[in-house]
Design a protein around this ligand. Structure first.
Ligand SMILES: [Mn+2]
Length: 318
């Protein structure tokens, strides 16, 4: 029996717009726990982590202090869940929180943990390349331990983030894959191309070779580099804004409802295959913003997606 631990992180101080702090509540109201229990999962939910207040030091990264304290708490809680043998389901909040959850998974499982970053964006900026200065566009760069040559306060903040949160087990280049990419900043393209062994799948790749072919390639890539654990970090902007309007960074040309479910169902099939060398460690579900949404549609689509990932099928079984 799968035990899933829901961890709500009402943190939106490093995103483009406020409102994702309401994401955990919106996802719960969309029936997250009920959907998982209906397919036989045991679900633990201790509620949301305490919310924090906006505070930016002069010249520093925006809301850096509340970010670091949120990440430290989240890392601890995720570590505890993993050590207890549960699968954390971390509800955001903006995507900066993934620095804490994935750092915990790396801390517990070691460097053979791979990450599937489902996102329209690569999230590979650092303070010196970021056009916005918002940390929600930087979490993968931080997890990879990317250095930044910014002078003064932003550079100091970045080094502190790497030291205090990412720690001594950064993500390895050949452990990062993306799916859904379609809006990447110039500095991110340079960084992405420098990551030997990483596996970016853009929407163009999906158009040209089909989603099924790309998922099969992803499975081969995980096996080829001997990944033993998989963390899925799902930014709802991977979905098309037509399906998921409730997010701060919507970009046209994302996954349709059916494509997203095909992805979830295929990932589940691969994970359940006898002898599959990698297991699902946990996941993030981030950037749901009810203030941008229509009738909580985005949270409902996200809940249905998570249910598919954890084994829901149309006919029940396969
Ligand atoms: Mn993101």
């Amino acid at each position: 029996l799968r035990v899933i631990e829901i961890i709500g992180v009402p943190f939106d101080l490093c995103g483009r717009r406020v409102g994702t702090r309401l994401g955990p509540a919106a996802l719960r109201l969309a029936g997250l726990q009920e959907a998982l229990e209906a397919i036989g999962c045991d679900v633990l939910d201790h509620g949301d982590m305490p919310s924090v207040t906006a505070r930016t030091a002069p010249g520093g990264l925006r809301n850096f202090e509340p970010l670091v304290s949120t990440l430290a708490t989240l890392k601890r809680q995720t570590t505890d869940a993993l050590r207890a043998g549960r699968q954390p389901l971390v509800l955001g909040g903006d995507h900066s929180i993934a620095i804490g959850s994935v750092a915990a998974a790396l801390h517990v499982h070691g460097p053979d943990l791979a990450v599937l970053w489902l996102d329209a964006h690569a999230d590979l900026n650092t303070p010196s390349t970021s056009p916005s200065g918002n940390v929600h566009g930087m979490p993968l760069a931080a997890l990879l331990g990317a250095t930044d040559d910014s002078e003064g306060r932003p550079g100091e903040d970045w080094r502190r983030l790497l030291q205090e949160i990412v720690g001594d087990v950064p993500l390895r280049h050949e452990r990062v894959s993306w799916l859904g990419l379609r809006e990447i900043d110039p500095g991110e393209i340079t960084r992405l191309k420098s990551l030997a062994g990483a596996f970016p799948i853009t929407m163009q790749d999906v158009d040209r070779q089909g989603l099924i072919g790309q998922i099969e390639k992803l499975d081969l890539w995980l096996r080829r580099f001997n990944a033993t654990k998989l963390w899925i970090s799902f930014d709802v902007d991977a979905l098309d804004p037509f399906e998921a309007p409730g997010t701060g960074t919507a970009v046209r040309g994302g996954f349709t409802y059916r494509e997203a479910h095909l992805l979830a169902e295929m990932l589940r099939e691969l994970l359940d295959e006898p002898g599959c060398p990698y297991q699902l460690a946990g996941m993030d579900l981030v950037e749901t913003n009810p203030l941008q949404d229509r009738h909580n549609e985005t949270a409902r689509v996200a809940v249905e997606w998570v249910a598919s990932l954890f084994g829901k099928t149309i006919l029940g079984g396969r």
